[in-house]
Design a protein around this ligand. Structure first.
Ligand code: PGA
Length: 249
């Protein structure tokens, strides 16, 4: 069965106190109003343990993890450290990591393996920039990202991976991919998975949409057969908006 997921990526926002408050609000809501959707929040590394402590009905994710397992890598945070906070997921390959910190698909392949080794689930982000879409290259770009980072995995390993399609031109811009554009790319990604792995792997793969998803457009996006939820940035910073997006299912 394919899991439906809505994940809130808080990025570099929220003090510890504000984060605990927001997490508690969302957690409380879903404790009282259980949902079939898996709800995930991704605060900053340093807030993971404290925010995690207040959660009982929703899951916890990191926004990144190191490309090495341990040792002399000043300032880095390993998958094992993330695991020890109680988190279950790790967002990897977000376009902001790719653009500002030079992360490429080979590096991401290493990170994915380290995360899986710890029993954590990677949320692997892929997506094209505007120039690539305008040049009609978006399918190739996404195919390359998925192939390079995920095709060395076994079907069992892939079973623990979530894919997030995030067209870079839609992230934080207020411009959302149309429901048709999202469905088209999601179906294409599922097809790539189907061609390499078994039918079950493709059918079970949760593929999230990300990029200016908000309460007013979530329903139309989530209605598509290949859109299994969302990765939410800005709208995840307000409990009401985030909850409304999840309730759009
Ligand atoms: P946004 O960000 O919802 O603010 O566009 C999405 C993301 O970066 O994951």
């Amino acid at each position: 069965m394919r899991k439906l997921i809505v994940a809130g990526n808080w990025k570099m926002n929220m003090t510890l106190q504000d984060g605990i408050k927001l997490a508690a609000e969302v957690n409380e809501f879903f404790k009282k109003n259980p949902t079939e959707v898996e709800v995930i929040i991704a605060p900053s590394y340093i807030h993971l343990p404290d925010v995690g402590r207040s959660l009982s009905s929703i899951s916890l994710s990191a926004q990144n993890s190191a490309s090495e397992s341990a040792g002399a890598f000043t300032g880095e945070v390993s998958a094992e450290m993330i695991k020890s906070t109680g988190a279950q997921y790790v967002i990897l390959g977000h376009s902001e990591r790719r653009t500002y910190y030079g992360e490429d698909d080979n590096l991401l392949r290493r990170k994915i393996i380290l995360v899986l080794e710890q029993g954590l689930k990677p949320i692997f982000c892929c997506g094209e920039i505007l120039a690539e879409r305008e040049a009609g290259n978006h399918f190739n770009v996404v195919k390359n990202q998925v192939e390079t980072s995920l095709f060395d995995l076994s079907a069992d390993e892939l079973d623990n991976v979530v894919i997030a399609y995030e067209p870079v031109w839609a992230i934080g811009t207020g411009v959302t991919a149309s429901p048709d554009q999202a469905q088209e790319m999601h179906a294409y990604i599922r097809e790539i998975i189907r061609a390499k792995f078994e039918e079950t792997a493709a059918e079970n793969m949760t593929i999230l949409y990300g990029g200016s998803c908000k309460p007013s457009n979530a329903r139309e996006l989530f209605k598509n057969p290949d859109v299994d939820g969302g990765l939410i940035g800005g709208a995840a910073l307000k409990a009401d908006d985030f909850i409304a997006i999840i309730q759009s299912f």
